[in-house]
Design a protein around this ligand. Structure first.
Ligand code: FAD
Ligand code: NAP
Ligand code: MG
Length: 464
């Protein structure tokens, strides 16, 4: 029997989850594993978590993938994204506060990878250029640009797993008068260092996570004033003096923004926190997922398999309350289908299943309902595989508490601590107010975090 061949596009958390899922099977003695090639555009693993100072194009002339910024901290509790097979405590040697900064979370993600020999599957600096499917041979042809050899490469595969993320290509709106605005106009994708806006009056357009987080971060690092302009609904938090919300901007005249409530104000800079486009320039129409940021994109069976051709798989395409554990749940499911542990139903049954989920999703009208919906979706996936049991519903309860904590104190919610559903350990509290911790490096955070407890002997977290 010839080995199946699979291509994983992207080595961010989703692509790495897929590699890890196959590695877990290999370690468990499963035979007839497929041949795997993972193509990654960047020169490192980690996807979004691979912070870069670059904006625009990378050194190969490819669009920079990263949207993360320097002083980013997790905006959700770490207890709700913990890998079921690798706890934070195992990685850091002791419990750490519930909201870690970016470098700390990245160290955790890398920790699980470093214990596995999976880098060998990854071809770095190889952006995927084009994918086709041949109806006769039932194989995909994947063409990539190998920037290391400076040559294009083409290979055939039985499965293609798209794990290229969907928070990288800016959705950039236009407002009349922008062309004459004298200050900086940028999208959240290009935001890097809040200190750029110290002592400035800035306008953020959009009212979701990016607006809320970039706004609070700029406030933390000394921006003079932050105005958040919303299209549908205001974020509505109890903001400190210096952050205000306004309805949508209608137009600009010079450096003055006019809002739909008739007010106006001068600004030094504009940051569009208006979300991202699903962008797969390497896929032809018949294979390309066309959707927006939501919990159940249409045309995917189990939120993963391309309905018209389930040899094409999409990972992590949902909006995300749960992240790393959801990518794992998806990757384990995909692995078991590829390993023929179970077969997918016929198209009609797959579509009926999708319709059932879409109908249920359409009926949900609250944040807590959305959290329950995504937890149920994940439970449905893990029920089918041997991904280690984790209390996804309990984690959903933590997410609901997180919502309440944000309403109670948007500038201080990161000081709250939760209990890990894996280890049952209550996280230590952040020892200082989040607003006062300006150094968010791994060393500083762990020193702070470990002040109260006994210092750990586990040095797996020390910077590699
Ligand atoms: P990504 O991490 O985006 O990785 C996709 C990979 O595909 C990248 O390595 C990219 O280089 C590669 N790629 C893209 N195109 C190609 C191509 N053509 N060829 C080859 N490779 C390609 N989640 C949390 O859990 N906690 C947080 O605090 C959090 N903060 C976030 C903050 C910001 C600003 C953003 C934008 C997202 C945040 N997220 C957070 C969500 C984040 O998207 C996920 O944590 C996670 O990174 C998604 O993993 P992914 O692998 O699906 O996508
Ligand atoms: P998002 O959640 O998709 O929200 C997009 C926002 O843009 C919505 O408020 C939308 O308004 C608005 N918008 C879109 N087009 C607009 C237009 N033409 N005019 C005005 N407003 C417009 O995107 P996001 O906030 O960038 O978040 C993306 C992801 O990044 C999330 O998963 C989030 O968790 C993550 N993130 C995490 C952190 C962190 O961990 N610290 C920080 C930032 C982002 P409507 O409601 O009207 O559609
Ligand atoms: Mg199970």
């Amino acid at each position: 029997m010839t080995k199946k061949k699979i291509a994983i596009l992207g080595a961010g958390p989703s692509g790495l989850a897929q590699l890890r899922a196959f590695e877990a099977a290999r370690l468990a003695g499963v035979e007839n594993l497929p041949e795997i090639v993972c193509y990654e555009k960047q020169n490192a693993i980690g996807g979004m978590w691979n912070y870069t100072w670059r904006t625009g194009l990378d050194r190969n002339g490819e669009p920079v993938h990263g949207s993360m910024y320097r002083y980013l901290w997790s905006n959700g509790p770490k207890e709700c994204l913990e890998f079921a097979d690798y706890s934070f405590e195992e990685h850091f040697g002791q419990s750490i506060p519930s909201y870690p900064p970016r470098e700390v979370l990245k160290d955790y993600i890398m920790g699980r990878i470093d214990k596995q020999d999976i880098r060998k599957y990854i071809r770095f600096e190889c952006p995927v250029r084009w994918v086709t499917f041949d109806d006769n041979t039932k194989k995909f042809t994947v063409t990539v640009m190998n920037h290391k050899t400076k040559e294009q490469e083409t290979e055939e595969f039985d499965y293609v797993i798209v794990a290229t993320g969907h928070f990288s290509t800016p959705n950039m709106p236009y407002f009349e008068g922008l062309e004459e605005f004298p200050g900086r106009i940028m999208h959240a994708h290009d935001f890097r260092d809040a200190l750029e806006f110290k002592d400035k009056d800035i306008l953020l357009v959009g009212s979701s996570y990016s607006a809320e987080d970039i706004g609070t971060q700029c406030y933390k690092y000394g921006t003079k004033s932050v105005t958040i302009s919303y299209r549908s609904t205001a974020l509505g938090y109890a903001w400190p003096k210096g952050i205000t919300e306004k309805p949508l901007v209608t137009h600009f005249e010079g450096d003055i923004a006019y809002f739909s409530d008739g007010t106006s104000q001068c600004f030094d800079a504009i940051i569009m926190c208006t979300g991202y486009l699903f962008h797969f320039p390497f896929l032809p129409d018949e294979l390309r997922l066309q959707t927006h940021n939501c919990l159940y994109p249409a045309n995917l069976y189990k939120g993963i398999f391309w309905q018209p051709n389930p040899q094409l798989v999409y990972l992590g395409m949902q909006d995300q309350y749960f992240t790393f554990n959801m990518f794992d749940a998806q990757a384990w499911y995909v692995r078991d289908v590829i390993l023929d542990k179970f077969a997918l139903p016929e198209l009609a049954a797959r579509e009926a299943d999708e319709q059932k989920w879409l109908t249920e999703y359409a009926a949900v009208d609250s944040v807590s309902g959305h959290i329950d919906f995504q937890a149920k979706y994940i439970r449905d996936l893990t029920n089918a595989t041997d991904y280690p049991e984790f209390a996804v519903e309990k984690q959903g309860d933590i997410l609901k508490q997180w919502q309440k904590d944000k309403i109670a104190d948007i500038m201080g919610f990161r000081e709250k601590a939760y209990t890990s559903t894996l280890t049952n350990t209550l996280a230590p509290e952040l020892p200082e107010p989040w607003l006062e911790i300006l150094d968010d490096s791994l060393e500083h955070f762990l020193n702070l975090a470990f002040i109260k407890g006994q210092k750990s002997d586990n040095k797996s977290w020390t910077k590699k």
